[in-house]
Design a protein around this ligand. Structure first.
Ligand code: MN
Length: 475
């Protein structure tokens, strides 16, 4: 049994607003699919973010169709899940279109049972089916991207993944950041799942979301199979650069280093052993130039740029302490005849020396919900409205917990409008009808004192908790 594991294609993306980047992203996708077909794999997995946005342009859809026809013509099934970039709350999506054309199968929770030779379904509740793939004796499970608090509820007492995939085996496809593999990635402190929260029993964990390739072997994790991230097929940000050039104020010459996270590709997996297959992503240089004057910076930028091949991308970061600082406009003309395909400058130059202060941790600076809000603001704007709805309901739950049990009237007054609340807050005499507690008496929000009225939250260790979660209508 041999399969390909691809993730984070981000088809349709015009990085840096450069139309040629659209073709770069398409080119490596075609390369990955062609190599998979030539390897005669039994099936192909796309572990989320096939598209950069959930409503791709007609051109992007056409290009996806053209590439996905290659495995279809060879009867190689493609199984996919939606990632955070291409998931949608609408009933139908571009994935339905591709599925209808026979180009891929979406696995996970569906409103209707799946169809097709390679598809199996099980009814879980009214309008909810678990749909998975079956090729030979290998089962392919998966679930689209979810936020952490959709998957792990009641402080970890309810784990939706473990409930949903209990007793299942084969392959599990997810689009989430697992803490164990998130080191030195943007998800290091913003992971979705702890290692211990993954359901055990699968022979291969086909993940997406982290954009650099990473493998954690069973001997490291204690799980039944390797956890594998292929990373994105193209370079999506500067930390995925192919090469790094460092040129400090002490150096006489710039140094070129191959970036450990530079290689781009996917995995061909045979007997659940992954082998990394590189694709020809465009060379991308991360250049850091440090200087003590504008003239020194300009000279060093030119020297560093002479080491970069003409078809490459370059992000050039200027560093140093220069009186009065620098403006990037003074550098933009510098490389216009360099022949680089694209370059951009960033400045970390400081005008004057800043005394370093002891750094405060996130926990010291922000409350829990502020950190949760910040986490939400990190998601791309197009999915913000959906994420925000989730966040607001979460915040409402929290707020309800904060209202003391014995003062329902106060809560009612507050809800009536701002006027009375304001009077109360200004320190005037409280209205007689309101028997609110003083600040000191106010009980701390604890789990025990939560008056639950609306929307029941799934109870811990209750076998029907999964049903309750499903009924909430968030597949
Ligand atoms: Mn992605």
């Amino acid at each position: 049994m041999k399969f390909a594991h691809i993730a984070d294609v981000h088809l349709g993306r015009e990085q840096f607003n450069q139309p040629f980047r659209y073709n770069d992203y398409l080119k490596v996708f075609r390369e990955a699919i062609e190599k998979s077909v030539n390897e005669r794999v039994d099936f192909i997995l796309i572990a989320g973010d096939l598209f950069h946005v959930s409503r791709p342009s007609p051109r992007t859809i056409r290009d996806a169709v053209e590439v996905l026809e290659l495995p279809m013509k060879k009867d190689i099934p493609v199984f996919a899940i939606e990632g955070n970039h291409d998931k949608t709350i609408r009933e139908t999506s571009v994935f339905d279109l591709l599925e209808h054309l026979g180009l891929l199968h979406t696995v996970g929770l569906r409103r209707e049972p799946g169809k097709g030779e390679f598809i199996r379904s099980k009814k879980l509740s009214e309008n909810r089916y678990l749909v998975w793939g079956q090729v030979g004796d290998v089962e392919i499970y998966g679930l689209r991207h979810h936020t952490r608090w959709q998957l792990i509820r009641n402080d970890g007492a309810v784990n939706v993944l473990k409930a949903l995939f209990k007793g299942r085996k084969g392959i599990l496809m997810l689009h989430q950041a697992v803490d164990y593999l998130a080191k030195d990635t943007p998800y290091q402190d913003a992971f979705d799942l702890k290692l211990s929260e993954l359901p055990d029993g699968f022979s291969y964990y086909a993940l997406g979301h982290i954009h650099v390739h990473r493998v954690a072997e069973p001997s490291q994790t204690g799980l039944s199979g390797p956890i594998v991230y292929p990373g994105s097929l193209e370079r999506t940000e500067v930390r995925e650069a192919s090469h790094i050039i460092r040129y400090s104020s002490r150096d006489r010459k710039p140094k070129v280093i191959d970036n450990r996270d530079g290689p781009k590709g996917f995995y061909i997996v045979e007997d659940f052993q992954p082998e990394f297959i590189e694709v020809d992503a465009r060379p991308f240089y991360s250049v850091r130039v440090e200087g003590e004057s504008k003239a020194e910076l300009r000279k060093k930028v030119e020297e560093a740029a002479s080491l970069i091949p003409k078809d490459a991308l370059a992000v050039i970061t200027l560093e140093g302490t220069i009186k009065g600082g620098v403006s990037l406009a003074e550098f933009n003309d510098l490389l216009k005849d360099s022949g680089l395909r694209y370059y951009t400058f960033r400045s970390r130059v400081v005008g004057e020396a800043v005394l370093s202060k002891e750094r405060l941790s996130e926990e010291e600076l922000f409350t829990d919900w502020e950190r949760e809000l910040l986490l939400h603001l990190r998601v791309p704007p197009k999915e913000f409205s959906e994420g925000l709805t989730e966040f607001v309901s979460w915040l409402m739950e929290r707020y309800k917990k904060g209202i003391p049990k014995n003062t329902p009237k106060k809560a009612a007054e507050v809800q009536k409008g701002g006027e009375k609340e304001e009077t109360w807050e200004k320190g005037d005499e409280k209205p007689k009808a309101v028997k609110g507690p003083t600040k000191e008496e106010k009980p701390k929000p604890t789990e025990e004192k939560v008056p639950k009225k609306s929307k029941p939250v799934p109870k811990p260790k209750n076998p029907s908790s999964l049903d309750a979660w499903l009924r909430r209508g968030k597949p």
